[in-house]
Design a protein around this ligand. Structure first.
Ligand code: 13P
Length: 231
């Protein structure tokens, strides 16, 4: 079980307070993904820390980007790639996401690669086609890498309070795993009150939490739910 908190462009909780609250929880790999400026503080607090993105080159003239070796020098353990907000607002493509994942893995980082369909795509019955295109790009670049984790984040469930039902999540996760056999986290309005149900699904291997990861207590209770589902 893995629970990752994506703080997005929010300051997030105090890393030391969060680390203290999480200290007693066992059986779950907890990861925080703060903004770049808070990476060092999270590492110093003893939290397993991932960036929210990483570039596909190790250095170069890429204003505004951060490379895998830079993250490694900060003792950052890995990075998200392909978050739907990167795809939606910053024009990231399947090919670019795959290259980011590949470079990060080759450098020694862990990767959580995000995939998921929009409401329009689901309504048009295109969910499997979209997931297949997204996952195939990652698989072709990275293979079945042991530091690669996937996250299924239906875009319509992100920040909307509309969670996929446990059955919908299970179905999508099983499909993603049939394409690339790695752990799959669920993301999209995961909260303390729906975490048990979602995490008890056989192919849901953890959660990628946005809004609820900004509050120490709610994030900790999702981690506790993951610990319960594991035991
Ligand atoms: P919310 O939990 O706020 O819906 O965000 C999910 C997400 O995008 C995590 O990466």
């Amino acid at each position: 079980m893995i629970v990752a908190g994506n703080w997005k462009m929010f300051p997030g909780p105090d890393p030391a307070a969060l680390a203290a609250r999480l200290a007693g929880i066992t059986g779950v790999d907890v990861i925080v993904c703060p903004a770049y400026v808070a990476l060092a503080r999270c590492v110093e607090a003893g939290l397993t820390t991932y960036a929210q993105n990483v570039h596909w080159e190790t250095e170069g003239a890429y204003t505004g980007e951060i490379s895998a070796p830079m993250l490694l020098r900060l003792d950052v353990g890995g990075s998200l790639v392909g978050h739907s907000e990167r795809r939606q607002y910053f024009g990231e493509t399947d090919a670019g996401v795959a290259r980011r994942a590949q470079t990060a893995l080759e450098a020694g980082l862990g990767v959580i690669a995000c995939v998921g369909e929009t409401q329009e795509e689901r309504d048009a019955d295109d969910m499997e086609t979209v997931l297949r295109i997204q996952v195939d790009a990652i698989r072709d670049a990275c293979g079945v890498h042991d530091r690669l984790v996937l996250a299924y984040e239906p875009v319509w469930a992100i920040g909307t309070g509309r969670t996929a039902t446990p059955e919908m999540a299970q179905e999508a996760h099983a499909f993603v795993k049939s394409l690339l056999d790695r752990p799959v986290l669920y993301g999209g309005s995961v909260k303390p009150d729906n975490a048990d149900e979602l995490l008890s699904q056989p192919d849901v291997d953890g959660a990628l939490v946005g809004g609820a990861s900004l509050d120490v207590e709610s994030f900790a209770s999702i981690c506790e739910a993951a610990a319960r589902s594991h035991s």
